[in-house]
Design a binder for this molecule. Structure first.
Ligand code: DQA
Length: 159
């Protein structure tokens, strides 16, 4: 089983960026903890971050269409709220994408309450800090174990 953890704009600044909102861990520290979790479950993980929408689309396409991962756990940053291009890229993939956010979008500014990604994601996890990535990891294991592409489009008794 192979998972890609993909992070969008400004998430390279974690640790320094608004620590009261996003915590004190750097992205490298978060990825290291995910690596340790994945090793315990014998799951292969890869990580990628970009500040560029087009690069994220290229990585989604390459990873999904070439089956380089079985599932993508994706924090699209602010692109969550307006990128129809990312949404279309995800809709075209044959593998599930789980949307994750460190902060709780629904406790924040109004513009963050809307995700254009959520309708095409397998699910959304928001507000658990690094735990959102851990929850994304276990959600991916669950979806892949039961062969669920998007809950609701599949057998519900597997849920
Ligand atoms: C975020 C939430 C977004 O609204 C914001 O633009 C981010 C980070 C989160 O992880 O909480 O960059 O995706």
């Amino acid at each position: 089983m192979k998972l890609l953890f993909l992070n969008g704009p400004n998430l390279n600044l974690l640790g320094n960026r608004e620590p009261d909102v996003y915590g004190h861990l750097t992205l490298a520290q978060i990825n290291h903890q995910i690596e340790r979790l994945a090793a315990a479950y014998h799951v292969e993980v890869r990580f990628f971050q970009s500040n560029h929408e087009g690069t994220l689309i290229d990585v989604l396409q390459q990873t999904g269409l070439n089956q380089e991962a079985d599932c993508i756990i994706f924090n699209p940053g602010a692109l969550t709220h307006y990128s129809y291009a990312l949404r279309d890229a995800i809709a075209a993939l044959p593998i599930p994408v789980i949307e994750v956010h460190l902060s709780n979008l629904y406790q924040r500014e109004e513009f963050r309450h809307r995700s254009v990604i959520a309708p095409v994601a397998a699910g959304q996890i928001s507000g658990l800090g690094i735990g959102s990535y851990f929850a994304g990891f276990f959600a991916a294991l669950h979806l892949l174990k039961h062969n669920i592409f998007r809950p609701g489009n599949e057998e519900t008794d597997a849920l």
